[in-house]
Design a protein around this ligand. Structure first.
Ligand code: FEO
Length: 158
């Protein structure tokens, strides 16, 4: 089996367990997409994984934004805009894949990996530090639990 595109390390931790768990899932989906391309599983298989990645990314962003709202994160708007920019790019890509104007390439994988790495290491870690400073998951436990419950781990059951 080919090496993973992206290896999770503790250095990526933002200090919020729930967010880290979701980031690990994103990394796993990126690695699945990488494998699908490397092992030539076909464009339909790659597309399915990309769609799952896009859907899960939306779920993850909405969980993160929910934690930002409940903790009155002062940089909420900028972070949310960051999320929306990526969703916009991925949605545009999905449309182009639909019409055959684009393909899932290594360049795309590289773009997603770099985006995720930079976003986790900068924006998400800034939020993680803030969240910890206002009590973190313990302080917001009921809300965190409720949010996670609503965003069930559906992707485990494809
Ligand atoms: Fe983990 Fe701001 O996305």
């Amino acid at each position: 089996m080919e090496a993973n595109l992206f290896q999770w390390t503790d250095g990526f931790s933002v200090g919020v367990q729930e967010i880290d768990e979701q980031h690990k899932e994103l990394v796993d989906l990126l690695n699945q997409l990488h494998r699908a391309i490397m092992e030539r599983h076909g464009s339909e298989a790659a597309r399915r994984i990309l769609d799952n990645l896009a859907e899960y990314t939306r779920t993850h962003f909405s969980v993160e934004e929910s934690l930002m709202r409940v903790s009155n994160y002062p940089d909420f708007e900028r972070h949310k805009q960051n999320h929306e920019d990526l969703i916009g790019q991925v949605t545009a890509l999905q449309s182009k894949l639909d019409t055959g104007e684009a393909k899932i390439t290594f360049e795309l994988l590289h773009f997603l990996k770099v985006w995720l790495t930079n976003h986790i290491n900068e924006a998400d870690k800034r939020f993680g530090s803030f969240f910890a400073s206002v009590g973190g998951s313990q302080q917001w436990a009921p809300h965190v639990q409720d949010t996670m419950e609503k965003k069930k781990w559906w992707w485990k059951f494809w």
